[in-house]
Design a binder for this molecule. Structure first.
Ligand code: DGY
Length: 328
């Protein structure tokens, strides 16, 4: 019998995908940093039983229509807004992701971005490198304090909770907004649940961690930024689509908020001439939330395990559309 075909959309370390090779034919895109063109992805999917995808791959109804053997898509991310999950579920295709293994690393980055933005760390490093440091002056590159301030976390899932844990070492007051109450965060970390508007009004740092869905698209709009303090700093480590970028730019230019730290953009990769990237009060990163060597290794390993589980008719560890696994 022919081995099932697994197509991997980015070049990944051979060692990590070896377990797949024992029971499947593995076809891997040759580039580590260039996306596979959509037309080739669809062509590959035609014969594939499984796909190992990254967050910039568009996995849609059209692809599913042309992939009659497809059983599983394992996305190398916790977010899965690049996948039409409803269309997959209709066809009983299992969608897997990589939760939990990246929570600590992403929370570290979120807090690092918050610190970099509030304390102007990137500007300061560039200042020294550019040989601009001529004398000491009292307010040279003075930023804003983080300790004893109020953080407002929008989206209190695993990453939110892990970030909240980090902030306790800085004696921060923690507010959060989420679809449902997070009792663990309230009891253990003393986080206080707030309505969205109240959080925006009270927080010194507003951190967006909510996934991109139809409901959260442009959640951070003109009204949201107007509700924030003039001294507030906005941090986004979720998805660019949760933010109306024009409204953010307007708010920064009008002094309605003080700054922003952005790890994600509506269009990625973002162009260097994007007005938000060039804005003096914005720190931007190239979507590196979970990018540590250890965590990326864990994420790839989890994707491989998820696919192997499906090939062995077992329940994978991380399934987005569990209803597909329920036997009728
Ligand atoms: C995710 O896993 O969704 C992150 O955005 C990747 O860094």
């Amino acid at each position: 019998m022919d081995k099932p075909l697994i197509f991997i959309t980015r070049k990944l370390p051979e060692k990590l995908i070896e377990p797949l090779k024992e029971i499947a034919e593995v076809d891997m895109w040759h580039s580590e940093d260039k996306s596979v063109p959509y037309s080739i992805l669809v062509e590959k999917a035609e014969r594939a039983t499984g796909l190992l995808t990254v967050l910039s791959d568009q996995i849609d109804e059209n692809l599913f229509q042309q992939a009659p053997h497809l059983k599983v898509v394992a996305n190398l991310a916790v977010g899965f807004d690049n996948i039409d999950v409803e269309a997959a579920t209709k066809r009983k295709i299992v969608i897997c992701n990589t939760p939990d293994v990246l929570s600590d690393t992403t929370a570290d980055l979120a807090f690092g971005l918050l610190m970099a933005t509030a304390r102007r760390l990137i500007e300061a490093a560039q200042y020294v490198k550019a040989n601009q440091w001529n004398s000491w002056s009292p307010y040279l590159l003075a930023g804003r304090d983080i300790h004893h301030k109020t953080i407002g976390i929008v989206g209190m899932g695993k990453i939110g909770e892990t970030l909240a844990k980090r902030t306790t070492g800085f004696d921060m007051n923690i507010l959060y907004h989420n679809r449902s109450r997070n009792i663990q965060a309230e009891e253990v970390l003393h986080a206080t649940y707030c309505e969205f508007e109240e959080l925006l009004r009270k927080a010194d740092f507003v951190v967006c961690l909510t996934p991109l869905t139809d409901e959260t698209k442009h959640l951070f709009n003109e009204r949201a930024f107007q509700a924030m303090k003039e001294t507030a700093i906005f941090i986004n480590v979720s998805r660019g689509g949760v933010v109306d970028e024009e409204a953010l730019l307007k708010a920064l230019n009008a002094g309605e908020i003080a700054g922003a730290g952005l790890d994600v953009f509506a269009e990625e990769p973002v162009n260097a001439d994007h007005p938000l990237v060039q804005h003096p009060h914005v720190v931007s990163f190239p979507h590196i939330g979970s990018a540590s060597i250890e965590t990326r290794t864990k994420m790839i390993t989890l994707c491989v395990e998820n696919i192997l589980d499906i090939l062995h008719n077992k329940e994978p560890k991380a399934v987005v559309n569990g209803e597909v696994l329920i036997k009728e």
